[in-house]
Design a protein around this ligand. Sequence first.
Ligand code: VG1
Ligand code: CO
Length: 543
Amino acid sequence: MERLTIQTSPIDGQKPGTSGLRKKTRVFMGRHYLENFVQAIWDGIGGVAGKTLVLGGDGRYFNDRAAQIILRMAAASDAARVIVGQNGLLSTPAASNLIRKRGTDGGIILSASHNPGGIDEDFGIKFNTPNGGPAPADVTERMFAASREITEYAIIETHDIDLARLGETDLAGMVVEVVDPVADYVTLMEQLFDFDRLRALFAGGFRMRFDAMHAITGPYATAILEEALGAPPGTVVNGMPSPDFGGGHPDPNPIWAKDLMDVMMGDDAPDFGAASDGDGDRNMIVGRGAYVTPSDSLAVLAAHAQLAPGYAGGLAGVARSMPTSRALDRVAAARGLDCYETPTGWKFFGNLLDAGKITLCGEESAGTGSDHVREKDGVWAVLLWLSILAGTGRSVAEILAAHWAEFGRNYYSRHDYEAVDSDAANGLMEALRARLPELPGQSFENLVIAAADEFAYDDPVDGSRAEAQGLRIDFDGGARVVMRLSGTGTEGATLRVYLEALELDPAKQHEDPQAALAPVIAAADALAGITARTGRTAPDVRT
Ligand code: VG1
Ligand code: CO
């Protein structure tokens, strides 16, 4: 084995976004591209000499090659140990758990999450810090800075490590420890949930369909739902991870998880349906004939979390990302819980969780989680929902109706305009930003604007400030429009328009959300000139 020092030079654009660095797979496969960024990670965290890291990914195309390169680079920079999921696989929450449980110096997750995979699709890499959470902005900025000054990287020249075989191997003085990617995660779930109770639910004939979307949660969901909880074989569908996710988008929403939606809305639907994304941190929840918007799911989980043993003592507080609906706030106010509003991206919850200010948190993009790890967690959300269904004896539809009657319904939808020309998208945002001060008091589509601002977040724990986190426009009566540009796309710009309207009258809480939101949708277009500026007459995705 020879340690090589390879001369290189900076590559433009290695700037991590909302969740790590995401690019087209062919870009990552380009000469020095992955190696440069991995070296920048090492530099950004002050080197890896003597350190222990976790490594795993969602199994997408290039995951296997990237894992080998990263191991050889870690060894060349004198890391002490890398704990790798078997075959280079780990879901994002399972990686977060391992980082914490093993007391490591952090970890690398290979994933572009809900983005499609394959040689012509997307790849990504993310570094998580020792608390198990995504690296905060100061750390990713150091990585980006290092990527712009790089002149060389070190790598060991050797044959591939066998990542299929569990156990330890030596790689030029570094220990490579291959672990079962599922086992520690199952142990954690057993600590939080009453598995006997959930087994009894399935034994009583409760039917469920979990769509793993050909992504990483297949093995986790099969081990927990079918093997540990006794759900019948076939409960988990699309459970074999594939490098291109069966050619689909591993994004659990009604568009990309349409098969599941069709089953759940059809005759003879099971009692409960769920889906997860590429790397296993997102969840979609759907009952028989009842889709649950992620914002509502978060609010329902907060209202009933104590039904699971892990949360029987109550919640310290809750948090949501800014664009997430205010359904959570209504539960928090009724229960006397602190409720924090953070920018988009899980990294902003880390300090609140570490400081014990919150127990539960989530985002409108189908991410919910708690203080058990420092990532959102799809399978965990499913188990908490199952605990609530078992504990209340109600159906999903009944739980939703009761929730809205008690707290009010925050009708909610997100409209995405994908691969928009970047200049057009930036122009739209700039024009709206410039008009914010004059908007209060004006009315659009009979909706009167109460307040308008650009969201900035002051972290209450470390005092750091994050600016330019989205434009928000509040209307009298509890409706709201939020606009921001995605930080996870790999092509042009994605404009996200978040729409919300509050309905307190139980007689009006059962409308189609797009119909209930029609005035807000029209107001958003009138405010920002979406059609005029982007040339799009309809969004690509409505969640
Ligand atoms: C999106 C979501 C955000 C989520 C992020 C990572 O970011 O809006 O809520 O945290 O993806 O999720 P953006 O910048 O594209 O809006 V995952 O499951 O793709 O890691
Ligand atoms: Co994800």
